[in-house]
Design a protein around this ligand. Structure first.
Ligand code: SAM
Length: 312
């Protein structure tokens, strides 16, 4: 049996999503299909799943794993940002749950050839969807110094972004940067980890490039907005994020939808007419238990936020 990605907080996800006896749940980030499988195993047979992933190799792997549930699951290759269109293409107009388990899966991280990893040397790729044109190596060539520094600073929260860019440019004067090993060495020469940190100094630069290559933050924003029109009354939305940039987007979106009215505070009466559309079910994000983190260290930065569509 293949070694699959370990699904994070699957009991918590099931607890929040298992409230309807029938209908469609969208798993917007299928990955190895662990969450989908767990949902299908533990919900009524009238619950079906539309499972989306932009990585066709993830769809292939999960399709085998989910074969016992063939009649309850539809697999769709595409972007989470196109959730509305993908649902429509599959004849779905209303859903009772949405799950987004953001970021990359273990097979993506651990396969050197995918170019996500600092640990395994491989081509500097980082595309979740291999049919997409621009890889991380292309970005290092295409972007101006200012653009590259702002990506590394904003998406990687790397305070030495300018220093990293200068080191990248120095290397590019000598030879092209084509591998993850090469990039991690370049960054490690100019950024030092703090004394007690076990995190590789290139981690923030790698995160930034991955987010940029896959346009992850815009995808997330479009997905959140796009799914709203699909939510059945009392449908639940569960989002697991792995870094503060994603979590902030989810938190702000949920808050805005819970508040409804977006008029400036100075205006005495609402003129925008926006009604509250979500109720937040997790005031503070849920995090994995100590046991889960001990068993699956990759879950350590996960945060789960859940909201419910207000009765419409
Ligand atoms: C953390 S893994 C999901 C693991 C899955 N929940 C499981 O239990 O096996 C994230 C997956 O989402 C996919 N993904 C990330 N962002 C995406 C996006 N914007 N559109 C579609 N798929 C995306 C990645 O390709 C990856 O396979």
């Amino acid at each position: 049996m293949p070694t699959y990605h370990e699904s994070v907080m699957r009991n918590e996800v099931l607890h929040y999503l298992n409230v309807h006896m029938e209908g469609v749940i969208v798993d917007g980030t299928l990955g190895d299909g662990g969450h989908t499988e767990f949902i299908l195993k533990n919900t009524a047979p009238e619950i079906r799943v539309l499972a989306i992933d932009r990585d066709s190799s993830a769809i292939e792997r999960a399709s085998e794993r989910l074969s016992p549930f063939r009649d309850r699951v539809t697999l769709a290759h595409g972007n989470l940002g196109d959730i509305k269109e993908l649902a429509a293409e599959n004849g779905i107009t209303s859903v009772v749950g949405v799950l987004m388990d953001l970021g990359v899966s273990s097979p993506q991280l651990d396969t050197a050839g995918r170019g996500f990893s600092i640990q395994h040397d491989g081509p500097l790729d980082m595309r979740m969807d291999s049919s997409q044109k621009t890889s991380a190596a292309d970005l290092l060539i295409k972007l101006s110094d200012v653009e590259l520094a702002s990506i590394i600073k904003d998406y990687g929260e790397e305070r030495y972004a300018k220093r990293v860019v200068r080191a990248i440019r120095r290397e590019q004067e000598e030879r092209p940067i084509t591998t993850t090993g090469q990039l991690s060495r370049i960054v490690a020469r100019v950024v030092k980890s703090s004394r007690h940190s076990r995190i590789h100094p290139a981690t923030r630069t790698f995160q930034a490039l991955r987010i940029a290559v896959n346009d992850e933050l815009e995808q997330l924003k479009t997905a959140l907005a796009g799914m709203m029109g699909l939510l059945h009354s009392t449908a639940r939305v569960a989002v697991i994020s792995f870094h503060s940039l994603e979590d902030r987007i989810v938190k702000t979106f949920f808050r805005d939808e819970e508040k409804g009215c977006s008029c400036p505070p100075k205006i005495p009466i609402c003129v925008c007419g926006r009604m509250p559309a979500l109720k937040i079910l997790t005031r503070k994000p849920l995090v994995p238990s100590e046991e889960e983190v001990a068993q699956n260290p990759r879950s350590c930065s996960a945060k789960l936020r859940v909201a419910e569509r207000i009765h419409v």
